[in-house]
Design a protein around this ligand. Sequence first.
Ligand code: DC
Length: 228
Amino acid sequence: MDKKDIQPLIIAIDGYSSCGKSTLAKQIAKELHYVFVDSGAMYRAVTLYFIENDINIEDENKVLDALKHIDVTFKNINGVNTTFLNRKNVETEIRSLKVSQLVSEVSAISAVRKKMVALQRNMSGSQGLVMDGRDIGTVVFPNADIKFFITADPIVRAQRRFNELVAKNQKTDLHEVISNLEHRDKIDTEREDSPLKKADDAILLDNTHFDIEQQFKVAMQYIYGVIH
Ligand code: DC
């Protein structure tokens, strides 16, 4: 079947931190000519705004007011999906450990989630969409056509994230990365609003022993099985 004959689908990819969800989502989007959205980048951009503007996240009124001044968008720059906070390119800053250390607390705030989920639902147009995050298959698009739930051994995940930060010349320490992952997994799975969990109809993909290409192959086999 020619790719242009394929009905545009919504593909949801959820899972633990640093499992390679965005990498897989980008590969699928490229293969199918779909829009790719990294929903975690949106929570990271909100977190960066809160840090830069000294917003006390315990202060509900301050949070609500700050949310009115936050706009998160994406632009493709030289083939790289890039995150903008109030029209400023923040792609590098949102990946820093300083943001990673607060992002799970920020994304547990219901008002933050409400605003992000509304923005995310607006991103599904006539084109197919691949979105990765924590609640995409359960809350944002419960009727998504295909759902993946990605997991991997925590130590393998931490090592991958550490290598990534080193490659980007970001100051880091493996123990700090491990404790950050454990911290985020705990908050993301235990929070009250939209906790990370596998949707009943999601396909479980454990990539501990897969490299990026093997994971992509397995996912595409499944997607083509659904499409055809
Ligand atoms: O995918 P990521 O690691 O960049 O996401 C950063 C944080 O954002 C993650 O620890 C939890 C939160 N998040 C969320 O609560 N819901 C989403 N759909 C995506 C991310």
